[in-house]
Design a protein around this ligand. Sequence first.
Ligand SMILES: *Cc1c(COP(=O)(O)O)cnc(C)c1O
Length: 413
Amino acid sequence: MKRRKIFKLIGAAPLVGGIAVGLAPIQSVFGAPTPVLAPKRDLIKELNLRTFINAAGTYTTMTASLMQEEVMEAINASSKEFIMLNEVQDKVGVQIAKMVHAESAMVTSGAFSALTLGMAGILTGMDRDKVKRLPHRLEEAGIKSEVIIQKAHFDGYEHALSNTGITLVPVETTDDINRVVNERTASMHFLNCNTHEGKIKHEEWIKMARKYNLPATIDIAADVPPVSNLWRFNDMGFSFVALSGGKAIRGPQSAGILMGNKSVIDAAKLNNSPNGSTIGRGMKVNKEEMLGMYAALDNYINQDHEKEWKMWEDRVEVISKAISKIEGIKVSVTVPPIANHSPKINISWDKNIIKLTRMQLGEKMRFGNPSIEIISWGNDENSIDLTVFMLKPGQEKIVARRLYEELSNATFG
Ligand SMILES: *Cc1c(COP(=O)(O)O)cnc(C)c1O
């Protein structure tokens, strides 16, 4: 509707109870929705928010990843209707479980809360009195209170388990496990991204858990791709698997997935929002995110992974080729074996030729036009890293040009 026409309509608005009214009566008289008068608000502009090209990766502080159109459609469509929250959770869970070879699944508030809720589920089972007791004085309530974890598997995220009130018991060898298992032991937890750092690998971890009839659990938060990791650990027999939804899967950033045995997931739900008097009440996930998470996972599983990998390699090629021309530069490409498994470019330079520290280059990229984030932290003063999997198509050319400009400008002479 054109502006002029709207004003005309307002001018013709009837007097209701002797008071001239504006747009509301138009709606009742003509049965049409209130026309949009103002142009769409742009909050990014209004609040002067810095947007940037993400050549760093799925870092939580950088908002990790961008949701695809199908995810936003799921979110927008469901935002217009009321649906019972548990019905969404249950029905989305059934579909996700099928996709990942699990008995059951649920959408959580990130992988972190998946870990907390899964742990809570193991501790309480379907006992509502126990649910109310977490996270305090577990032993007094007859709840098991110890979780075995390899020393090399501490990375900070095990705090999600401690939040239930359990104590972590560090081990290094299977002999250690034999020694520390006791009647208070609740489970054995594994951090997938530190597989190579620990002495005990998946199969042996599960074997030891079976020996003592304990649930084995695993954190694979950032470990997709490869897509097969979505089901690999369910197939292996872990009791629960915690996955981040907002990293490479590109679901809502604050969503995650807990998948595994039905008994554990059912109990995890009991410990979760919308139920009150639970440790999970503050981990609320709305229906939009549950459906958005499902749409993202569906998209992710069904996309052409080989084609995507090829696209990443092409981007790497564009950047490497441009930078390699500069004297004193060395470019190498590696792929982290687990977690953020995608090509990573390392650019290092001879400090006698290029007068720039990694921090300086990071700032030049950040405050340049357009703003670009790269991995400019770390120990080596004369090197930075970048990834290409969070770039939008074509942005690799901008990244290549900007890096070339800054690095060649810093060349002596
Ligand atoms: C990112 C990450 C988490 C937390 O995931 P969220 O989805 O942000 O809650 C947990 N564990 C590991 C290993 C991670 O990399």
